[in-house]
Design a protein. Structure first.
Length: 256
């Protein structure tokens, strides 16, 4: 479970990223977070992962209080949280296998990671993760040779290799074409349903939010302004979240 109680995040320059946010996300839920740029979506995800400190309030992940946690406690929590980024964050010059293996670094001695001395069990975990996103045939391909969609699926496999209890995805389809975006979101939803991994996905495209959001959380100016199902998130709801009329750019190209 992820639980935020009256959480405020204020950056050193005075900007408020989260403004008194209270939110409870049960184990295994698939949540889509929507809002315009600057609404607080990325701050929410990075605060849950301990990358951005809580200014006030309480935030617990799997029963561990993140606000004020020690570096050791944060490392332990992060070892069970898979992160997926818009820019993929792969090491392009090395193989898909080595990239996926990086998801297990928290449990591997540094010397073995430096020389790539993976055990058979660790390799099997990587293979299984790649199979879940349908890209195992690219195992020994250099990451730089992959398409954007393939790179994002490798990033998902890397997160899966951690054996996470929580998966956080920050705008994972923003740089992908519509068919690939659908495939990546389908992968994330299927993994959530098959493995029961609590999943938060930041999105801008309202059609994807409606389609995939078992629960949709709308954010505006650092506050939660909507919390309901994808079916309940009609155009009027999105206009209230965005604070403006909807535009063609608010849906995937071809769906407007």
């Amino acid at each position: 479970m992820i639980e935020l109680k009256d959480v405020t995040v204020r950056y050193p320059n005075g900007v408020v990223g989260l403004d008194n946010v209270s939110l409870t996300i049960p184990d295994g839920q698939f949540v889509v977070v929507v809002g315009l740029s600057g609404a607080g979506k990325s701050t929410l995800i990075r605060t849950i992962n301990g990358l951005v400190p809580v200014t006030s309030g309480s935030l617990t992940v799997d029963g561990v209080e993140i606000a004020g946690a020690s570096n050791r406690q944060l490392r332990e929590v992060r070892s069970h949280i898979g992160m997926i980024f818009q820019s993929f964050n792969l090491v392009k010059r090395t193989s898909v296998m080595n990239n996926v293996m990086m998801g297990q670094l928290h449990g591997i001695p540094t010397w073995r990671s430096l020389i790539g001395a993976w055990t058979a069990a660790e390799k099997e975990t990587a293979f299984q993760s790649l199979e879940r996103v349908g890209i195992v045939e690219k195992t020994w391909t250099r990451a730089s040779q992959l398409s954007g969609g393939q790179q994002q699926r490798v990033a998902i496999a890397r997160a899966l290799a951690q054996d996470p209890s929580v998966m956080l995805a920050d705008e994972p389809v923003a740089s992908l074409d519509p068919p690939t975006a659908q495939m990546v979101m389908t992968d994330l939803q299927r993994i959530n349903r098959e493995l029961g991994i609590t999943t938060l996905v930041n999105l801008h495209f309202l059609d994807l939010a409606r389609q995939f959001g078992d629960r949709v959380v709308g954010m505006r100016a650092g506050q939660v302004v909507f919390d309901g199902t994808g079916a309940e998130a009609d155009d009027a709801v999105f206009e209230s979240i965005y604070g403006r009329s909807l535009k063609a750019s608010d849906v995937l190209p071809g769906d407007a």
